[in-house]
Design a binder for this molecule. Structure first.
Ligand code: CA2
Length: 148
């Protein structure tokens, strides 16, 4: 059975509680619930993990192939901009990764313009608010359907 792993990086546990003008009013639980429904409608299982710790995310990425994960949807948050450890973990596995950002990082501070993981992911969806996640989920579900 193919599974989709949704990984949320540091501070995304604060969604809905602060900076609603940038990140919206939905909480992480709201987003996960909607993603779960979107996948369940296609009979696909989803696992979720949020961590503020780089190594926890690296472990989850490394373990994805042996846990039957067919796709990873990753909002690496601030780690996007500097974590070579996360980049190396993505590069070390065959499982495709879709990079997601809620905000349009290119219209924000200069330090958010560069993604160190961009060269090793399948593609990026960003700037659509929480719809970036649902767009990524739609792509992952479509690709999984084509595979199985
Ligand atoms: O736009 C995105 O999804 C980001 O990945 C969010 C990260 C940021 O560092 C990236 O540059 C872009 C920050 C996540 C922090 O989320 C918060 C949510 C509510 C309140 C405070 C932070």
């Amino acid at each position: 059975m193919s599974k989709i792993l949704v990984l949320h990086g540091p501070n995304l546990n604060l969604l809905g509680m602060r900076e609603p003008e940038i990140y919206g009013r939905e909480t992480l639980d709201d987003i996960n619930e909607m993603l779960e429904k979107q996948a369940a409608a296609q009979g696909v299982e989803v696992e979720f993990l949020q961590s503020n710790h780089e190594g926890v995310l690296v472990d989850a990425i490394q373990q994805a192939p042996r846990n039957g994960v067919a796709f990873i949807i990753l909002n690496a948050a601030a780690f996007t901009h500097y974590s070579i450890a996360i980049r190396d973990a993505i590069a070390a596995i065959e499982v495709p990764v879709i990079e997601v950002h809620i905000s349009n990082v290119h219209t924000r501070e200069e330090f958010r313009h560069h993604s160190v993981i961009a060269p090793v992911v399948m593609g990026q969806i960003l700037g659509f608010g929480i719809d970036s996640y649902f767009g990524a989920m739609a792509v992952a579900l479509k690709k999984i359907k084509a595979l199985y």
